[in-house]
Ligand binder design. Sequence first.
Ligand SMILES: *Cc1c(COP(=O)(O)O)cnc(C)c1O
Length: 401
Amino acid sequence: MNAVPTSSEPHVMPTYGRLPVALSHGQGCWVWDTDGRRLLDGLGGIAVNTLGHNHPRLVPALQDQIAKLIHTSNYYRIPLQEQLAAKLCELSGLANVFFCNSGLEANEAAIKIARKFGHDRGIEAPEIMVFEGAFHGRSIATLSATANPKIQAGFGPLVPGFVRVPLNDILAVETAVAEHPGLTAIFLETIQGEGGINPARVEFLQALRRICDERNLLLMLDEVQCGVGRTGKWFAHQWAGIKPDVMPLAKGLGSGVPIGAVICGPRAADVLKAGNHGTTFGGNPLAMRAGFETLTIMEEDGLLANAEAVGATLRGALAEGLAGEAGVVEIRGQGLMLGVELDRPAGALLGQALDAGLLLSITADRVVRLLPPLILTHDEARQIAAILVPLIKAFVAQPKP
Ligand SMILES: *Cc1c(COP(=O)(O)O)cnc(C)c1O
C-alpha cells in the first residue's frame, strides 16, 4: 500500500497523500471501511474525535441542536457561546474566550493579540518568540511561525516578526529576550505534535512563565493538539502548575465539529476590542453545543482519568513490547498523546498498520504517533500495542536504508 493520491479523483485538489481506503461509519474507537473491514482508531481523526464515533450522548445532542439553530451570526448574543466560554474559563482559570473554527484561526487570533499588545505599549514592530520543531498551522502567518521548511517552501515571503530559538533551552530564550526589545510574546506548543511529540519540559515552562512575568510578555501556549484532556489534565500546561496568558485550542474541543478558541488570561483579555477581530462562522450554536457537550461528557465519564490511565497502559505495553529494540529511539508523550521515534523514516508503516487493522499517523518523518479517542479502553490500548509492536519490530529489523 502506498500513500499517493489516485488519478480517480480528478476534482479534489491533490494536497494530501491519501491511503487507498474510505471509511463508512464508526462506533466508539472502531471504524469500518467501505468494504466492511473493521479498523481500530489509534488516530482519532488527528486528536479530534475526543468521544470516538457515534457517541450515544453527543449524537442526540447535536441532532437536537441542528433542529433548533445551526448558525445565527455574531450580530446577536449566543447563549451557548456564553455557556461554553464560562466553562472553558472555569477549567483553565483564565478570563475570556474568542471563538473561531480551526487551529490556525485560533493561532492567527493569538498572533494578532501579541502584536496589538505590543502596539498598545508603543512597540512599532512587535516580535514573537517561536521554537524549532513548532507547528502552528498553514495560513501565511501561522506557517511563518511554523518551523518546518517543507511547509514554508513556495509560499514566501514569510510574515516577519518571528524570532526562533531551540525548545527547552532557557539560555537561548534569555539571550533572545535580551537581544529583541520588541518582543511581546513567547509562543509554543506545550507538547509539540506535528514536530514529533516533543514536550516542553516542566522546568522550561515554569522558567518561561517567570520571564514573561518579569518582562511583561504574553506566554501563549498552543494547545490545539495537546489540550482538552488528552494528557490527563484539561490542559497540558496544568502539569507544570502554570497558567498561560493566551491559549489557542481547537482539534478535540468539538469531537469532530469544527471549532477553535483562544482563551485569554487577565493580561491579554482586553487587548482585542470591538471591531479588531471577527469571523462569520466562529462561535455558532452547533459548534458551541458540540464543545459544551464534549466537555460535559468528559467530566461526567471521567475521561481525564481515563486518558491518563489508559495512556499508561498503552505506553507500558509499547515499552514492554519494544524493549531492547535498537531501532526504537524513544517512546514519549503523555496520556493519549504518544510518539514512538524510530531510527529511520517510517512512512511505510502507515499502510502496513492499515493492512493490519490500525489507524495511526507518522509525523516528523520518523515518529509513529498515536492520538486515539479519550474513551479508549485498557483492552483496546492493549490491542493497539498488539498490532503495532510486531509491525515496528519487523520494520526496524530490516536493513536501514
Ligand atoms: C493541528 C494544529 C494546528 C492547526 O490546526 P488546523 O485546525 O489544522 O488549522 C495548530 N497548532 C497545532 C499544535 C496543531 O496540532
